[in-house]
Design a protein around this ligand. Structure first.
Ligand code: ADP
Length: 583
């Protein structure tokens, strides 16, 4: 179950929509480039006029004027090109930034179930490799292609306007160019793939040989490793030669067509001039135009190739947007009624990670506001799954979970988090200061609130002992937090978020038992009045709770206050006895 990849039509529609959205800057760019290109066409035209004028006999004043016109045109072209380039670059950056933001937003709101099913590798590849490939094309390619297309079009149009008869000669190189390109493109992909694969193998062999040097030595594998490296090198050499061969045809081939055009214009136009069909000046101008074409044509060839690569990446990036949302927040007054209270209710709750394999088999559960419920049971019983349902992480596949009568999955995400939130044993320390890590939950919180939250999870002592306290950089590259400390930070975030209902899925599992119990007690003090569902593998949590629910094989088998369950002598009582015995 991979993430979807957009098909060609969707990718094209997306691109068109993107360009349409940026119509105005695009139009300004095209206009600027057009004016610049026209100014660029003035030079050869002036020269042609001069040739004709001199041939017919003229005075120095005319020559001076024409040269002045030429100089002004060159200056104008320089200035216009500068601004045009700048605008294009800024445009490329803007569009790319927008794409990236949109993508990140999409990725961070992907349904968890989809990410879990597809695995993170695919997603990571798309956020790194594909975004990188796309960025080059969007930031540099698109602006350059626009410039090249404008220049080519205008030059061809100007040539045809000046003399269609001579202009035809400009195109003699085109069939040769197409043949060469076709020959190259047919072979290029396979050859370059082979080249990169051969280097990957070579890298692998060398890295393995170096890392396993002792083993290779101990087993006298030196000769064999040496042989492998030699073989891999030979393959890399052959692959490199193959692509070099391709290039030794491509580059001279393209160069040939580039020379062909001006030569053909010169010969054909020269002959027409001797017949009195065109003036020498026009031929001069067209020869120069055909020279001027080589730059943009070359650029176009280069970028079309790159843009093709980028298009496959774009298809993978757009594909991420095709993932169906797993919830549809009911919006507007018409649908969205606010929860009437904080009572969380599960009715006939079922969930299947894989179709047909229910993990929860119809659970009914009422949580009274302010109650503490401990959930215990053997591993694999479905406790975490129940926790995720109660926190609205996944929509149930059967039955409902409601808060104040409203299904959790009908609430917009940020509103949902005000009602219920989940902390699991998986936690992440974000790069930034300790304060940054906490402010994610409530950006407007001040230092005293942060301190209070940290005290509530017994973390204030070590945070205030850090070199810069709350302002200490943590996460990758900063001060390393122990897993237990990271867990405390996650809990402090929850305290700041202050939802009415908290689901703690073994949220203190990484602390030692005594610290965990102390933390849970101080946490209780600040969470006064909040509903807490604690999935616990340590039974003291259950002992301290108002009620205990025993989950087994996707069902609640016992539920009630600790003392009652112990007195009833069922599974929980047995569990409690053996735990006490061990403890
Ligand atoms: P507990 O928290 O009680 O250990 P879980 O809710 O984690 O139980 O798991 C209940 C069942 O669901 C187990 O059989 C487990 O293998 C299965 N399960 C849990 N997570 C997933 C998942 N992401 N994909 C498929 N099956 C899962």
């Amino acid at each position: 179950m991979k993430l979807p990849i957009a098909d060609a039509a969707t990718t094209r529609a997306y691109t068109v929509a993107l360009l349409r959205k940026h119509r105005r800057p695009l139009a300004v760019m095209v206009v600027l480039q057009t004016v610049a290109a026209v100014a660029g066409l003035a030079g050869p035209w002036v020269l042609g006029r001069l040739v004709d004028a001199v041939a017919a006999g003229t005075d120095a004043r005319y020559v001076d004027t024409m040269i002045a016109v030429g100089v002004v045109a060159v200056l104008a072209q320089t200035v216009l090109t500068r601004y045009g380039q700048r605008l294009s670059m800024v445009f490329g950056e803007l569009v790319f930034a927008e794409l990236r933001e949109e993508f990140i937003e999409r990725v961070t709101s992907l349904p968890l179930s989809t990410v879990e099913r597809a695995g993170t590798g695919d997603l990571v590849a798309r956020t790194t490799n594909d975004v990188n490939k796309l960025q080059h094309a969007v930031r540099f390619g698109v602006p350059r292609v626009i410039v090249a297309v404008v220049q080519i079009t205008l030059t061809v149009v100007a040539s045809v306007l000046l003399s269609p008869a001579v202009a035809v000669a400009m195109f003699v190189g085109v069939p040769v160019l197409l043949l060469v390109l076709r020959w190259y493109l047919r072979r290029a992909t396979a050859a370059y793939l082979r080249e990169s694969a051969s280097y990957a193998v070579l890298n692998g062999t060398i890295t393995e040989s170096v890392e396993g040097a002792r083993t290779a030595d101990a087993l006298s594998l030196g000769e064999r490793r040496y042989g492998r490296v030699k073989d891999d090198l030979a393959e890399a050499f052959a692959a490199e030669r193959a692509t070099l061969n391709l290039r030794t045809v491509l580059f001279p081939g393209i160069d040939l067509t580039f020379v062909l055009a001006p030569v053909a214009v010169l010969l054909w136009g020269g002959w027409l001039a001797t017949q009195g069909q065109v003036s020498l000046g026009v031929v001069t101008t067209l020869v120069m135009y055909s020279y001027q074409l080589t730059g943009p044509v070359w650029e176009l060839i280069f970028w079309v190739d790159e843009i093709q690569v980028a298009a496959t990446s774009l298809a993978r990036i757009v594909g991420v947007q095709l993932v169906e949302p797993d919830r549809q927040a009911a919006a507007g007054e018409a649908h969205g009624r606010p929860p009437r209270d904080e009572r969380v209710e599960a009715r006939s709750l079922r969930y299947a990670y894989r179709e047909g394999h229910d993990v929860l088999h119809g659970i009914d559960l009422d949580l009274a506001p302010g109650e503490r419920l401990a959930v215990v049971g053997p591993s694999g019983a479905g406790k975490s799954t129940l926790g995720r349902m109660l926190a609205g992480i996944h929509p149930p596949t059967g039955g409902t979970v409601t808060v104040g009568g409203v299904p959790l999955v009908d609430l917009p995400l940020d509103e949902l988090r005000g009602h219920v939130a989940l902390v699991t044993q998986e936690h992440h320390v974000f790069v930034g200061t300790v304060a940054d890590n906490l402010l994610l939950a409530r950006p407007e919180a001040d230092d005293s609130e942060l301190e209070r939250a940290l005290r509530a999870v017994d973390a204030w002592d070590w945070v205030s002992a850090l070199p810069e306290g709350l302002r200490t950089e943590v996460g990758s590259g900063g001060a390393a937090l122990t897993p237990a400390q990271a867990q405390q930070v996650a809990l402090a975030r929850l305290v700041l978020l202050d939802p009415r209902t908290l689901v703690l899925d073994e949220a203190t599992s990484l602390l030692d038992p005594r610290a965990a119990r102390h933390l849970e007690r101080s946490l209780s003090a600040v969470l006064e009045g909040r509903t807490v569902v604690a999935i616990a593998h340590r039974l003291h949590t259950a002992h301290d709770a108002d009620r205990v629910a025993v989950v087994d094989d996707g069902r609640i088998t016992e539920i009630g206050p600790h003392d009652e369950l112990v007195a009833a002598g069922g599974d929980y009582a047995a569990l409690w006895r053996s735990w006490q015995h061990d403890a």
